[in-house]
Design a protein around this ligand. Structure first.
Ligand SMILES: [Zn+2]
Ligand SMILES: [Zn+2]
Length: 352
């Protein structure tokens, strides 16, 4: 084992603070990575504050972070995909059972025995896994991603969660040329959704509650922007959209969006409000509309997404922060006061 610098929370109401943690020595299939940037995801905050205690209670100390980008420093003897010096990324998963039907279908995110990057039982060291708010991590090479060298690394980090979360459902539901796509909400997830839908060749309509985001939505690749409170603007799109990506994690009316779907149109949720949705049956019956959800993506698709980003020059729009500003960043994230993702510069961890 070796020691790594990290930021961790000691309890649900404690701020994140500096702590030394243990990492395992690289076994034959492991890759050791020096973390250079780590994106800040809403899941980090939920976990740190134990807000998902009913499904995944938080074990403390908690080191969050699953949008990891860095450089390989060491590889195990059986590693074939990486060598020291390579750029590398890690997302929400660091292991799975490799034998279940989901794993066999390259959908490791649905593995019943998967290991999340943080707050999951750690098979190697006991306790729970520690995530990317740290200067290093050791991960099985099957869960390490190749990062295209032409991209800005601070903006690459969020692709490992926000990127794949929005890319995967678009691929699944056939977003491409000739399709009209709606993106609801323009935050960390939504802004990636706009970039991907645009790059995949679709006609992109952004739905937002704030008229102030119009300019930015167009800059990110939207063809049209609708202020969702404006009933007339909404009505113009009734029955016309092939696929809607709904990124809103707060309570909102789904029926208004289902109404915008064309025949066989689909609305996919990637956020999960606390209260259940009220969905009218007729809105689904007419037009054979469907409502579904999506959760990150498998390793192969995550690699495909990163390669797609490399060839289309796509990264997340980030505000780079030193790790010492992480608690402040959480408060700002709650107010949506970030365009559009915080990315922690781990060089700041060097002086503690
Ligand atoms: Zn995330
Ligand atoms: Zn599995």
């Amino acid at each position: 084992m070796f020691k790594a610098k990290a930021y961790s929370a000691a309890g649900a109401t404690s701020p994140l603070a500096f702590k030394m943690i243990q990492r395992r020595d690289t076994t034959e299939h492991d890759v050791q990575i020096e973390i250079l940037f780590c994106g800040v995801c809403h899941s980090d905050l939920h976990t740190v504050r134990n807000e998902w205690s009913s499904i995944m209670p938080t074990v403390y100390p908690c080191v969050p972070g699953h949008e990891i980008a860095g450089r390989v420093t060491k590889v195990g003897s059986a590693v074939t995909k990486f060598k020291p010096g390579d750029l590398a990324g890690v997302g929400c998963l660091v292991d799975s059972d490799h034998t279940c039907p989901s794993c066999k279908a390259d959908l490791e995110q649905f593995c019943p025995n998967g290991t999340f990057t943080y707050n999951s039982p750690d098979k190697h060291l006991g306790g729970v896994t520690y995530g990317g708010y740290s200067d290093s991590i050791v991960v099985d090479e099957r869960f390490v991603l190749r990062v295209p060298s032409n991209l800005n690394l601070a903006g690459v980090a969020p692709l490992h969660c926000a990127g794949i979360t929005t890319y995967s459902p678009m691929r699944h539901w056939g977003v491409g040329k000739g399709k009209k796509v709606g993106v609801v909400g323009l935050g960390g997830l939504g802004h990636m959704g706009v970039k991907f839908a645009h790059a995949l060749g679709a006609h992109v309509v952004v739905f937002t509650t704030s008229a102030g985001k119009k300019e930015d939505a167009l800059r990110l690749g939207a063809d049209e922007v609708v202020v969702s409170r404006n009933a007339d603007e909404m009505k113009k799109h009734a029955g016309s959209i092939d696929f809607i990506l709904d990124t809103i994690a707060a309570d909102h009316d789904l029926n208004a969006y289902i109404h915008l779907l064309g025949r066989d149109g689909n609305l996919t949720l990637v956020g999960a409000p606390e209260t259940p949705f009220a969905v009218g049956g007729f809105g689904l019956l007419f037009g054979r509309h469907s409502l579904s959800g999506s959760l990150i993506g498998g390793l192969a698709e995550t690699q495909e997404m990163l390669d797609f980003c490399g060839s289309h020059n796509i990264t997340a729009d980030v505000e780079i922060i030193p790790i010492q500003k992480i608690n402040e960043a959480y408060e700002r994230m709650l107010k949506s006061d970030v365009k559009y993702r915080f990315s922690i510069d781990m060089a700041s961890l060097k002086d503690k």
